[in-house]
Design a protein around this ligand. Structure first.
Ligand code: CAA
Ligand code: NAD
Length: 310
């Protein structure tokens, strides 16, 4: 067995959840990120509830998880189809779904929010559950760019609030950024770090700064690529080829922007520009805004800089 396969199999071990103080997780928002977070938590033995806005969104999340689990199972159990089937059904069996947010958080150790990148929407969510969730429950946001302290400000549990920033695709990307604000307690921080390890992720600690580590570098890089296209310096295909073959990136910046979602890229830049209007890297990009206004959001909508089969 290759080392990477051994690492994958070890990370799928349900016993990982036993060593963590966090056994039940509520993931709010079952889109691109939330469904991946729910899947990885369930794969590693945690009980999970996904909360979504309606039944159609729940069905979409379940379908995405099923497809992704098949890819994981194919890699981990390629010679053993009965083990692969068992892994998929056991994992799916740990995932419950709900449209009742307050009901879902009544008995949970961790709430991870992965809804739209909008401070008002996140405030509404956390203020509606603060008095309902148990005292010990940790609240976390998977925000790409909003300050964790700003999101936590509407709650009375700022010591039990932090950032858990995953990367897309969650089942594949090995990193988890653990963000602590000045008010996050040591106990909360340690529990978040332990939980990240129980998921099989490599954790890094980040202060509550814009974009934490990865996005502070990645988002301006994507923005500069779009500005390069706007100036007519090169085509998206050539820029992508250049960065893949000349810099060794797995995806070019336009492929990555489409993969992340052009709406998410725009929300991140808009939020930073509002806060730091003198930073040229964060300035609005007319081409990006135009594509988003036309509903061209990237892979998830079928078209962004490139076209995709839905
Ligand atoms: N679920 C499960 N497995 C998946 C998967 C998914 N959603 N997506 C890919 N895989 C697996 C595939 O099954 C495949 O497995 P094998 O090696 O056994 O064949 C493996 O991952 C590679 O996938 P592909 O062959 O389909 O394609 P690839 O080699 O081009 O890799 C990729 C795809 C992993 C996405 C790679 O292109 C990559 O790493 N891209 C960069 C992604 C990145 O930068 N993500 C961070 C975005 S920024 C962010 O997330 C933060 C934010 O706040 C915006
Ligand atoms: P998405 O649009 O794919 O999914 C968001 C989901 O949240 C949708 O399914 C929507 O129905 C649901 N939702 C909205 N309001 C809700 C509510 N009040 N209650 C329950 N569900 C609700 O978005 P995404 O790409 O998964 O991003 C989610 C969060 O993760 C954002 O904060 C984003 O910045 C962050 N993030 C995104 C990426 C990425 O690559 N896309 C990476 C890391 C972090």
């Amino acid at each position: 067995m290759t080392t990477s396969l051994m690492v994958l199999k070890r990370s799928l071990s349900a016993s990982a959840a036993m060593s963590s103080a966090i056994k039940h997780v509520t993931v709010v928002g079952g889109g691109l990120m939330g469904s991946g977070i729910a899947q990885v938590a369930a794969q590693t033995g945690h009980e999970v509830t996904i909360v979504e806005v309606n039944d159609d969104a729940i069905k979409k999340a379940q379908k995405g998880i099923q497809t992704s689990l098949q890819r994981v199972a194919k890699k981990a159990y390629k010679d053993n189809s009965s083990e692969a089937e068992k892994f998929i059904s056991t994992t799916l069996g740990r995932i419950k779904t709900s449209v009742d947010l307050q009901g879902a958080v009544k008995n949970t150790d961790l709430v991870i929010e992965a809804i739209v990148e909008n401070l008002g929407a996140k405030h509404k969510l956390f203020s509606s559950i603060d008095s309902v969730a148990p005292q010990h429950t940790i609240f976390a946001s998977n925000t790409s760019s909003l300050p964790i302290g700003d999101i936590a400000s509407v709650t009375k549990r700022k010591d039990r609030f932090g950032g858990l920033h995953f990367f897309n695709p969650v089942p594949v990307m090995k990193l988890l950024e653990v963000v602590r604000t000045p008010e996050t307690s040591d106990d909360t921080y340690n529990k978040m770090m332990d939980w990240g390890k129980a998921l099989g992720k490599t954790t890094v600690t980040c202060k509550d700064t814009p974009g934490f580590i990865v996005n502070r570098l990645l988002v301006p890089y994507i923005a500069e690529s779009i500005r390069m296209l706007e100036r007519g310096d090169a085509s998206p295909r050539d820029i992508d080829t250049a960065m893949k073959l000349g810099a060794g990136y797995p995806m070019g910046p336009f492929e990555l922007a489409d993969y992340v979602g052009l709406d998410t890229n725009k929300f991140i830049l808009d939020g930073w520009y509002e806060k730091y209007p003198n930073e040229p890297l964060f300035k609005p990009i007319p081409l990006l805004n135009k594509l988003v206004s036309e509903g061209k959001l990237g892979v998830k909508s079928g078209e962004g800089f490139y076209k995709y089969n839905k």
